[in-house]
Design a protein around this ligand. Structure first.
Ligand code: HEC
Length: 173
């Protein structure tokens, strides 16, 4: 490392740590301005951060599903995988196998699984809307259910998981 590199400006600011930090502070507003201008345009729909903003989280499910990220849903499914398999013919764990659960009758998909009366009482089939409510708060959707899961508060996350579950039903693998 040569000490003579950038002599002029280096010496100007070479007034010890305080000087350097002052220089850093002076640069900061410019970078913030650039970031504020560039980031929303660059990340529109392509980065998870703005997509997970509050308004998106509360958008109608159709809108959230239209933008759902199946790969992210697969990652989020790790929270479920302790209790659920999703592959066809996968066994039951603490919870039933979830292959093809979207469109499947509620509390009837896995013949050998011992569903609670609470979940059986719901009836009908698992629509995306029902799954959205279920995953947000299982105990509110089916009071007394044995699915001990706190719920997924973020609506964008739920849409991602539902899109993943739907794909698992549709795919041949
Ligand atoms: C701690 C274990 C556990 C975790 C974690 C868990 N579940 Fe469950 N899940 C269960 C149990 C137990 C049931 C059966 C509930 C009943 O009969 O009341 C169930 C039922 C379900 C059902 C209904 C299945 C059917 O055949 O009707 C769905 C859908 C489901 N879970 C999805 C999920 C998803 C998605 C996640 C992750 C976000 C998740 N679960 C996390 C234990 C769990």
């Amino acid at each position: 490392m040569s000490g003579s590199r950038r002599t002029d400006s280096a010496q100007k600011w070479h007034t010890g740590e305080r000087g350097r930090r002052a220089a850093g502070r002076r640069m900061l507003p410019r970078w913030i301005a650039i970031a504020v201008l560039v980031v929303p345009a660059a990340c529109d729909g392509s980065s998870s951060d703005p997509r997970r903003a509050d308004a998106r989280s509360r958008a109608p499910l159709v809108e959230r599903l239209a933008q759902a990220d199946v790969a992210q849903g697969k990652r989020l499914f790790r929270q479920c995988a302790a209790c659920h398999t999703v592959a066809p013919g996968g066994g039951d764990r603490n919870g039933p196998n979830l292959h093809g659960v979207v469109g499947r009758p509620v509390a009837a998909g896995s013949r050998r699984f011992g569903y609670t009366a609470a979940l059986e009482a719901i009836g009908g089939t698992w629509t995306p809307e029902r799954l959205d409510a279920w995953l947000q708060n299982p105990q509110r959707f089916a009071p007394g259910t044995s699915m001990i899961y706190a719920g997924m508060p973020n609506g964008v996350d739920r849409a991602d998981v539902i899109a993943f579950l739907r794909q698992q039903g549709a795919a041949a693998d």
